[in-house]
Design a protein around this ligand. Structure first.
Ligand code: SF4
Length: 268
């Protein structure tokens, strides 16, 4: 019975992905960026306008078209709100420093000063400087300045391994990158079994409340995705993240209108 219910939740999550995660119209059409321009769930929500305005058009274009901006935004997706994380590369670009060769020449103290001067900063500036230092080294030293070569013609597992050479980038961020490259850029076809979920707080909340897991443990969430959707564990990532942000919020979840309501045991 439990297994059957879990599978129904998984099927609904996959349905939500197919229905809502629209086909990318160009490179780096990130789901997070796309959410800023849609009102779907937020009608009547006073925050919707300011949400959309948090990333200026130039910033969105930059992430869509510049692989280094995409990578920098991705690696800062920790400890700060995701919308802010994607703004960091745009802020670095405004300072004229979004260039791996320039960044690679900077000392850690200079990187700290750069990050401190930004309008949007990483939560821990010291650690952020080390992350940026490693991004620049990886791109410049190992990939001759070509950021996209990190993932071009590589398997998801090897891309994730490369990304985890960057300090403070763990399996969660690494799998978020491969999942976005798969969903938005059509990469890694036929290798989906290597792409995991990023067990962030929203995903873990949805997994626990729907009975896919018994706790908010990251490992349990990752294992549940492997077990329940072995052909493509990461497929459950975006729909759970979306539902965790729009319906299954921390307080007062909106169960009646939630896409999972028919199959969810609502472990609140
Ligand atoms: S909002 Fe309610 S129905 Fe939807 S996933 Fe959360 S607990 Fe389940």
């Amino acid at each position: 019975m439990e297994k059957k219910r879990s599978m129904s939740v998984v099927e609904k999550l996959k349905e939500h992905q197919k229905k809502e995660y629209r086909e990318a119209d160009h490179w780096y059409n990130l789901p997070s960026i796309r959410k800023l321009s849609r009102d779907r769930h937020r009608k009547g929500n006073q925050n919707s306008r300011s949400d959309r305005e948090q990333l200026p058009r130039d910033g969105r274009n930059l992430i869509h078209t510049n692989p280094l901006a995409f990578l920098v935004g991705a690696v800062f997706n920790r400890g700060v709100h995701w919308k802010k994380a994607w703004e960091i590369p745009c802020c670095i670009n405004q300072k004229g420093k979004l260039d791996a060769s320039k960044l690679a020449k900077m000392k850690k103290s200079e990187l700290v000063r750069l990050l401190k001067s930004l309008r949007v900063k990483p939560r821990y500036v010291d650690q952020g400087a080390e992350t940026l230092e490693d991004v620049a080294t990886l791109v410049e030293r190992d990939f001759a300045g070509d950021t996209a070569a990190i993932w071009r013609d590589a398997s998801p597992a090897s891309v994730e391994k490369r990304l985890q050479r960057i300090r403070y980038v763990g399996p969660g961020i690494a799998s978020m990158v491969t999942r976005i490259l798969h969903d938005d850029c059509g990469m890694f076809r036929g290798q989906e079994q290597e792409i995991d979920i990023k067990p962030d707080v929203r995903v873990r909340r949805v997994f626990e409340r729907t009975g896919l897991t018994n706790s908010k443990s990251e490992n349990e969430a990752r294992n549940a995705a492997w077990r329940l959707n072995p052909d493509f564990p990461g497929e459950l990532d975006w729909p759970a993240f979306d539902i965790g942000g729009e319906w299954c919020v921390a307080s007062n979840p909106r169960c009646p209108s939630c896409p999972l309501t028919a199959v969810c045991p609502k472990h609140l």
